[in-house]
Design a protein around this ligand. Structure first.
Ligand SMILES: Nc1nc2c(c(=O)[nH]1)N=C([C@H](O)[C@H](O)COP(=O)(O)OP(=O)(O)OP(=O)(O)O)CN2
Ligand code: ZN
Length: 146
């Protein structure tokens, strides 16, 4: 069985080598979709009976480890020297430094890497993170899978 939980956050980024407007500092209302597969819990009286995983727990994990750290942050490529130096000059600025350029593809992969071990088998029901889909805009998204 497969389930999906959607969460949203706001963040800034830029794609330093982009040939058009995405090299400018700008932001998005990102949408993160977490898709899990697993067996439906059949244990009588369990709070998760009939579920792959309680949607609120799916949210709790993604919120704690991706959404809260990235929300209202500027997601910057560690190698984007000008921006990294500028952000460092702002007192207490919320900056997340990444090892890759913050494209939708790389952010989806980063979220998948963070989240996969946190969901794995957490209900003892073969729970697996199947896919992280990250929408950068309503029309553009990337899917990270195992
Ligand atoms: N493969 C990718 N291409 C682009 C990415 C990306 O992450 N992966 N990112 C961008 C820009 O950051 C930008 O967010 C996308 O802008 P745009 O193409 O303008 O998307 P819109 O949905 O706003 O486009 P509309 O034409 O207004 O629908 C660029 N490319
Ligand atoms: Zn963008």
């Amino acid at each position: 069985m497969q389930i999906t939980r959607r969460l949203e956050f706001d963040a800034g980024h830029r794609i330093p080598n982009h040939r058009s407007q995405c090299r400018h500092l700008h932001g998005h209302r990102y949408v993160l979709e977490i898709t899990l597969t697993g067996d439906v819990v059949r244990q009588d009286g369990s709070p998760a009976e009939g579920m792959v995983m309680d949607f609120s727990e799916v949210k709790e994990i993604a919120k704690a480890h991706v959404v809260d750290p990235w929300d209202h942050a500027f997601l910057a490529y560690r190698g984007d020297q000008a921006v990294v130096e500028f952000l460092a000059s702002l007192p207490d600025h919320k900056t997340v430094l990444l090892d890759s350029i913050p494209t939708a593809e790389n952010l989806a992969r980063e979220a998948f890497t963070i989240l996969a071990p946190l969901y794995r088998d957490s209900y003892g029901n073969h729970l697996t993170l199947e896919r992280v889909r990250l929408y950068e805009t309503p029309n553009c998204w990337a899917d990270a899978t195992a």
